[in-house]
Design a protein around this ligand. Structure first.
Ligand code: PMP
Length: 365
């Protein structure tokens, strides 16, 4: 009965795939394979744990609201001025801040379907309308349709590459083509949450967009390859200081906590741990993909730490059966995509459990 903001009150709930208690109840097992959230099965660098145990961690102090030390470290690593970087409480917060900074009722956003939930939820919360370009028949980007949607001049474009939940990445040529369709007045947001898992010849969005001259933001995160999902650190690399200033104005002041700032710096310094983990995960991804293809499942190409596939029936029913085995995956519910399921690459033992369960549950082709 309260006069809620109607844009917020009517939001769909974010499907977070975290229900460990439900998985334990359904399976009677304690060791749940959590394959719904694209976390790192290797954990994180031991240097992160050491930083959190050190005297540098002062939980009684407010953390630096500007994340100066982390931005300096990122600036050096990425060879960009720290003043163009804004750090968020997860890259999630940067999606919210971008929406808050640019979107009002009457504006529009272009994105894809299926998409990362927040690329739609945050614009809707701001009262914007969302145009969604469907995945192509070959489970990839529909470049013609995307080019058209971008050239129509939405206020913001949200695209993830590599693409969550599908898996492919834009190659240099495709990225450049989309970038040249961007008109003045549009902010192009390239969400590279899975950048570290991409093929070696994949474009570096920060470099491609720096050359482009368009207004843009590249999003990266410590949640995936660096294994810091629980600490919440992501960042926005902005085309210029003015974009960075307004996005920073749209975030909460003490958004990134003290543990997260220390941990991210330690993680960044231990690049070797991250690279070794990514190599293990990519090798596992190839192994799991081959096993699922053998079961007759149709997989999208993946440059990420997950696989997206057509399970040949109702994916929600299959996810419920997997839950009985103590395996949490994410089923797509959007109209037209109800046969698709996304499974994170977990530890080798978890992946074996997934393969074995699917071999039992998926009818032979
Ligand atoms: N963007 C994409 C494409 C994602 O898949 C995710 C997490 N699943 C995020 C952003 C948010 O990541 P975080 O807030 O943990 O940095």
């Amino acid at each position: 009965s309260l006069p809620f903001n109607p844009h917020v009150a009517s939001l769909p709930a974010y499907n977070a795939g975290m229900n460990i208690a439900a998985a334990r109840a359904a399976s009677g097992r304690h060791d749940i394979a959590r394959l719904a959230s694209n976390e790192n099965p290797d954990g994180c660098s031991p240097a992160v744990m050491a930083a959190l145990a050190s005297s540098a961690f002062e939980p009684w102090r407010y953390a630096d609201p500007a994340c100066s030390a982390l931005r300096a470290a990122l600036g050096e690593r990425l060879r960009i001025e720290p003043s163009r970087i804004v750090v968020g409480n997860g890259s999630e917060e940067m999606i919210a801040a971008i929406s808050r900074a640019l979107l009002v009722p009457g504006t529009s956003v272009a994105t894809v379907v299926p998409s990362f939930g927040l690329h739609e939820i945050e614009p809707l919360a701001a009262g914007a309308s969302v145009v969604k370009v469907p995945m192509s028949a070959s489970l990839g980007f529909d470049l013609d349709a995307l080019e058209q949607a971008i050239a129509a001049g939405p206020r913001v474009v949200f695209l993830s590459s590599p693409w969550n939940p599908v898996g492919p990445g834009l190659d240099s040529q495709a990225l450049e083509r989309l970038v040249s369709a961007v008109r003045p007045g549009t902010l192009f947001v390239l969400d590279e949450a899975y950048f570290e898992f991409a093929d070696p010849d994949a474009p570096d969005g920060i470099e491609v967009l720096r050359e482009s001259g368009i207004a843009h933001v590249v999003l990266r995160t410590f949640s995936k390859a660096y294994g810091l999902a629980g600490l919440r650190v992501g960042y926005a690399v902005c085309s210029d200081h003015e974009v960075a200033r307004v996005i920073a104005a749209a975030k909460t002041p003490f958004n990134v906590n003290a543990a997260a700032q220390l941990a991210a710096i330690a993680a960044l310094e231990d690049e070797a741990w991250m690279k070794a983990s990514v190599a293990r995960i990519r090798a596992e991804r190839l192994r799991v993909a081959a096993a699922l293809e053998k079961l007759g499942l149709r997989l999208a190409p993946s440059q990420t730490n997950f696989l997206f596939f057509d399970c040949g029936g109702d994916s929600s029913a299959l996810a419920a059966s997997l839950l009985q085995e103590g395996i949490i995956v994410k089923a797509w519910r959007e109209k037209g995509y109800e046969c698709f399921l996304r499974a994170t690459i977990g530890s080798p033992a978890e992946n074996d459990r997934l393969i074995q369960a699917l071999a039992q549950l998926v009818p032979a082709k």
